[in-house]
Ligand binder design. Structure first.
Ligand code: HEC
Length: 119
């Protein structure tokens, strides 16, 4: 029963993947390529930027479960305290942001993770 529910909840479609890539590439939203190398397996989607500040995200969909990927993007501090990966889904503990914080909605984070699962 739980399995059926989570499969439906994934809801990965060409549309959510397109949204996810848009968010990843958008300099005012995910901007993930600033710090990460990431490339689509079908190469129809490429980020202009391929940073190396963070680890390469190629193959990340095979290394981590969807739940862990959601956690990485929402608030990686729950996985690794002192991480330099910005929390996109939480302002917890950030009382006076030094730089403008990019926040993503739960829906946007799900779209991004849809993409991560294909890498
Ligand atoms: C300011 C640079 C920066 C940006 C922007 C950034 N990340 Fe990261 N990310 C990092 C760093 C640094 C790590 C390694 C953190 C650690 O090990 O504690 C990381 C780790 C990760 C990991 C875990 C990778 C692994 O192999 O363990 C994932 C997944 C990830 N980032 C996804 C994303 C996504 C998706 C975005 C865009 C929405 C993004 N990151 C934006 C710096 C960044």
């Amino acid at each position: 029963m739980f399995l059926i529910f989570t499969n439906l909840a994934y809801g990965q479609t060409p549309d959510t993947l397109e949204q996810g890539w848009r968010i990843i590439n958008d300099g005012n939203l995910g901007n993930c390529g600033t710090c990460h190398q990431l490339r689509s397996s079908n190469s129809s989607q490429l980020t202009q930027k391929q940073g190396n500040f963070g680890p390469s995200l190629i193959g990340v969909g095979r290394r981590y479960s969807r739940e862990i990927l959601l956690q990485w993007v929402t608030d990686a501090r729950q996985i690794s305290s002192g991480t330099l990966m910005p929390p996109y889904g939480s302002l917890k503990g950030i009382e006076q942001p030094v730089v403008p914080r990019t926040m993503l909605s739960v829906e946007q984070i799900k779209n991004v993770v849809d993409v991560l699962q294909t890498l």
